[in-house]
Design a protein around this ligand. Structure first.
Ligand code: FAD
Length: 306
């Protein structure tokens, strides 16, 4: 059996595997797609210590770094079940059952798509999902934020300080964000809020040049010229496969303590799949390190040596 088995090959999983392997313990990593969300990212400017890198480059660096150590890498494998018995068992979709003293779940998250024409086509060409990451690329420009929940309104407030103008587009007749956020957003001179509006299309040529929406009250179609669209209709953790084994928040995020431990002894979690406050590369790498050290601590205290 493994001492530490990491599920997920994004920044948090890679970090957890390296920290575990450096303790000289038997470490494995199962990843559906090594690199994770980073593979879908173009420019990265906020990985501290690296002024600029690109997603595929960072993913390759993560894999190369993990390969420096004695880590059993099982890429292109999807986990479908985790169960605590004497050891923790992880079943893969190919039928294999892996056993480990500890498991670190780092299966990440995915941005919910709006699924309108133009979204996929202009991803990274004006269509963005992360204001902390891509906001500065739109300095002095006009952008839209789709979604008027907490993340959408936070994004609008954040972007308003960087870009020229923000138009928030909300499908429902009212914004769902917290009151303090609404007060703040309505106080900003360069934010316009459009409610009861259905996004129809993100337009562009080689990059985004506008957005078309339908006023749901009148059925009228409107077009706004702008350079960027931030889709903020939810970040969904990849935790459906866990069933009810570990405690999760109503949003599906795995609840972890300060050592990355979950509600199941021996099962740890890190990164975007957890209830961590913010979702970023550097934060998930830190969380992966924390979970690996937490797992190591657990092994030396709680499990029999063999
Ligand atoms: P992920 O990167 O989501 O990795 C999850 C891993 O788990 C993947 O390997 C996946 O294949 C695997 N997996 C999922 N389910 C299973 C399963 N059942 N079995 C096995 N494996 C599974 N952050 C920044 O800090 N700066 C940026 O500039 C930046 N730009 C971004 C741009 C885009 C377009 C996106 C989408 C995100 C961006 N982020 C950025 C956010 C950042 O990518 C994430 O916070 C980070 O990747 C989270 O790492 P993670 O390891 O927790 O999860």
């Amino acid at each position: 059996p493994f001492d530490v088995l990491v599920i997920g090959g994004g920044p948090s999983g890679a970090s957890a595997a390296i920290y575990a392997a450096r303790k000289g313990i038997r470490t494995g990593i199962v990843a559906e797609r090594f690199g994770g969300q980073v593979l879908d990212t173009v420019g990265i400017e906020n990985l501290i210590g690296t002024k600029y890198t690109e997603g595929p480059q960072l993913a390759a660096n993560l894999e190369e770094h993990v390969k420096q150590y004695n880590v059993d890498i099982m890429n292109l494998q999807r986990a479908k079940r985790v169960e605590k018995k004497d050891l923790v068992e992880v079943e893969l979709e190919n039928g294999a059952v892996l056993k480990s003293k500890t498991v670190i779940i780092s299966t990440g998250a995915r941005w919910r798509n709006i699924n309108v024409p133009g979204e996929a086509e202009f991803k990274n060409k004006g269509v963005a999902y992360c204001p902390h990451c891509d906001g500065p690329l739109f300095a002095g420009k006009h952008v839209a934020v789709i979604g008027g929940g907490n993340s959408g309104i936070e994004a609008a407030i954040d972007l308003a300080g960087v870009v020229k103008h923000v138009t928030v587009i909300e499908f429902m007749p009212e914004l769902k964000a917290d009151r303090v956020l609404l007060e703040r957003v309505y106080s900003l001179p360069n934010v316009t809020v459009v409610k009861n509006a259905q996004t129809k299309e993100i337009t562009g040529t080689d990059k985004v040049n506008g957005i078309t929406y339908i006023d749901r009250a009148t059925g009228e179609e409107h077009h706004i010229e702008l350079e960027g669209v931030f889709v903020q209709i939810g970040l969904v953790p990849n935790t459906e496969w866990l069933g009810d084994t570990v405690e999760r928040t109503p949003r599906g995020e795995i609840v972890v303590d300060k050592r990355g431990a979950t509600s199941v002894p021996g099962v740890f979690a890190a990164g975007d799949c957890t209830d961590s406050a913010y979702k970023q590369i550097i934060i998930s790498m830190g969380a992966g390190a924390t979970a690996a050290l937490g797992a190591f601590d657990y092994i030396i205290r709680e499990t029999k040596t063999d």
